[in-house]
Design a protein around this ligand. Structure first.
Ligand code: SF4
Length: 356
């Protein structure tokens, strides 16, 4: 195969990553400065091959339960932000969550992801009790929590209750960029401290970022990759920015699918064993987003198993897909779509205990 000068340079950087060598910030900046289509031409096949070598042509399914749309925070990009008066609020009861787990367990799901805003009503005791009950009733399942920033004592209680994984996307590592996306009450340092705490407590820890958020540049993306390289998360969530109605960013342009795919590929090359979802946001922007994400190196899909009547209310961005292939009702069609790219569902827990 013939590569021009730029492609050769990109390839040699990706091969360094593939061989386990850490890159310098300038080298990540070089990757991130490339046109996404050029980077994808080099990175996508390499990343897809790595994922297939690690996982086979198999995709793990996680049952996503959105447990609360209340949030005390005011992230500028998020439709659930506290000051968004148009946001519809709900909170699932313990029994509703357990009922959804039961339905998911019967279908074969072995990971449940409990996701919500930073809802002050979800006390540590309540969350720990729900986790304990899920682990007691449904043998062999993994529980992932995604409930935002808490202190070490809270995270430890969740771990002691049996939670296995915790997702907390850092969104951007660059402190100035972080300040542009978040209110003054939040800080990059606090977010990063939470992620290190989660790692130390033994959670399979998920970081990640939005692609195309206002103010993002190749330099801030290089900062993100440097941070991931240091943190070595077991999961990385990467999705395009999509503007949300009723937020300060509602008229900002959405992120690029191509750019998102290029980041999925680079992160897959960095972390061959990490769990990387093809996100709902990617599928919201591109009808073939799931398949493209998987071909670019993703290995996880997260069908929504929340109660149907609540799904539309969990509106973190506009037109968020929550039915069809993004929901558990679309499971058969999802399997067909995976079969069309010669992939199949893996019903295992899909733990990652070592990203490399
Ligand atoms: S991104 Fe998370 S913490 Fe921020 S407002 Fe939305 S739900 Fe709350």
């Amino acid at each position: 195969m013939f590569f021009n000068g730029e492609e050769s340079r990109l390839r040699s950087l990706l091969e360094k990553l593939d061989s386990g060598v850490k890159l310098y910030r300038e080298e990540f900046a070089c990757l991130m400065s490339a046109e996404p289509s050029v980077l994808n031409a080099v990175a996508s096949d390499m990343a897809g091959d790595i994922a297939r070598r690690t996982f086979g042509r198999r995709v793990f399914l996680r049952g996503l339960i959105e447990i609360s749309s209340f949030c005390k925070n005011d992230c500028l990009y998020c439709g659930l932000r506290a000051s968004n008066k148009d946001a519809q609020r709900y909170r699932l009861s313990r029994e509703e969550i357990l009922e959804r787990c039961e339905a998911g367990y019967e279908l074969g799901l072995r990971t449940f992801v409990l996701q919500g805003g930073e809802d002050l009503a979800l006390t540590d005791e309540w969350v720990a009790d729900v986790v304990r009950e899920i682990k007691k009733r449904f043998a062999g399942v993994a529980v992932t929590l995604s409930l935002g920033e808490r202190d070490k004592v809270s995270y430890r209680r969740f771990k002691d209750a049996g939670a296995d994984r915790y997702l907390l996307r850092h969104e951007t590592y660059n402190a100035e960029h972080y300040a542009r996306l978040h209110p003054q009450t939040m800080s990059r340092d606090a977010r990063v401290a939470c992620l290190h705490t989660l790692k130390r407590l033994g959670f399979q820890t998920g970081a990640g970022m939005m692609i195309g958020s206002p103010g993002q540049t190749p330099a801030t993306l290089a900062d993100d990759l440097m941070f991931l390289q240091e943190l070595r998360p077991e999961m990385v969530g990467i999705g395009p920015f999509i503007p949300a109605h009723g937020t300060p960013f509602e008229h900002e342009p959405k992120g690029s699918v191509e750019r998102t795919l290029s980041l999925i590929s680079v992160v897959r090359i960095m972390f061959p064993r990490a769990n990387i979802p093809a996100t709902t946001a990617l599928a919201t922007l591109d009808a073939k987003g799931r398949e493209k994400g998987i071909m670019a190196g993703a290995n996880v899909l997260m069908p929504n198993i929340s109660p149907k009547e609540q799904r539309a209310k969990y509106s973190i961005y506009d037109n968020k897909a929550n039915t069809g292939l993004e929901s558990i009702e679309g499971l058969e069609e999802l399997k067909e779509r995976l079969a069309a790219i010669d992939y199949t569902v893996d019903w295992g827990r899909g733990d990652c205990l070592d990203p490399r």
